[in-house]
Design a protein around this ligand. Structure first.
Ligand code: 0L1
Ligand code: MG
Length: 261
């Protein structure tokens, strides 16, 4: 569709600019109130094209708003998905604040997929069979909108606030431990700031992968082999600031540590 003044592609380019420069922006619904959720997923797709043209590689998907608590905190009542590219992955133990606006971090479980997952009727068994390994992860979300304030349409268009992510050095068999029982704690500067269990993610992180496949199927897409999937926050996200030291423990799956500069 064409909005009053901007095409969906132009809106994607605008969001891309704010993602790269780390300058916050007005909600897109403030100038284009007629945009639908379907349109905003199209904006995401255009955004992905911008990233790929810059040389980024598509490496996966993120699920967001996978807990009732998180949905309530942002006034949205359904899970959403976003797209991951290689330049979003942090390979050191430092989260650089360059290009970020008001970052928050949250612990997640990542699935790495080895066989195509396609359809809206998948079972947990289908997902386990198609999973190569799982990894503890920390997602950095950073809404490009002023004051982290948005509607469902805005946040989907902004790639579900996705910005950076850490994966643990160690991968685990998907059968290593029941992920719904996994206890996760997040410490900022030595103080425990969040704790939660894996069941916060739609009852079990595997259900998030099923839901992603279903949502993608409805727009003619599937999860391809090799893709990384961030399944959703196990706890609330916490703000991070220059000089912070973060430690996130994932029970028998180890921990992720990083500082913020
Ligand atoms: O990953 C998430 O659950 C965040 C999705 C977008 C909402 C937010 O920015 O808090
Ligand atoms: Mg997340």
């Amino acid at each position: 569709m064409k909005t009053k003044t901007l095409t969906l592609k132009q809106i994607a380019e605008q969001i891309d600019h704010h993602q790269i420069t780390g300058i916050d922006m007005d909600k897109i619904t403030s100038h284009s109130p007629d945009i639908t959720v379907k349109d905003s997923y199209e904006i995401q797709q255009h955004w992905e094209q911008c990233a790929l043209k810059r040389g980024d590689l598509k490496i996966g998907w993120k699920m967001g708003l996978t807990s009732v608590a998180k949905q309530r905190s942002v006034g949205v009542n359904e899970p959403i998905y976003g797209r991951l590219t290689n330049s979003m992955e942090v390979h050191s133990n430092t989260l650089s604040l360059k290009g970020l606006i008001h970052p928050r971090v949250e612990p997640e479980i990542a699935f790495v997929i080895k066989e195509e997952l396609k359809g809206d009727q998948l079972t947990a068994r289908d997902v386990w069979k198609a999973t190569e390994f799982i990894m503890p992860a920390v997602e950095v979300i950073d809404s490009r909108y002023k004051n982290f304030s948005f509607t469902l349409v805005d946040v989907v268009a902004d790639n579900a606030s996705s910005s950076r992510f850490f994966l643990s050095d160690q991968a685990f068999s998907p059968f290593h431990t029941p992920l719904d029982k996994l206890e996760v704690n997040m410490y900022r500067n030595g103080e425990k700031v969040q704790s939660g269990v894996g069941s916060a993610v739609l009852g079990h992180p595997v259900k998030s992968v099923i839901e992603l496949a279903k949502m993608l199927h409805h727009v003619g897409l599937a999860i391809q082999p090799g893709m990384v999937i961030l399944t959703g926050g196990i706890t609330e996200a916490v703000n991070v600031y220059d000089g912070d030291e973060l430690k996130v423990t994932f029970d028998s799956l180890g921990e992720i540590n990083f500082d913020v500069k």
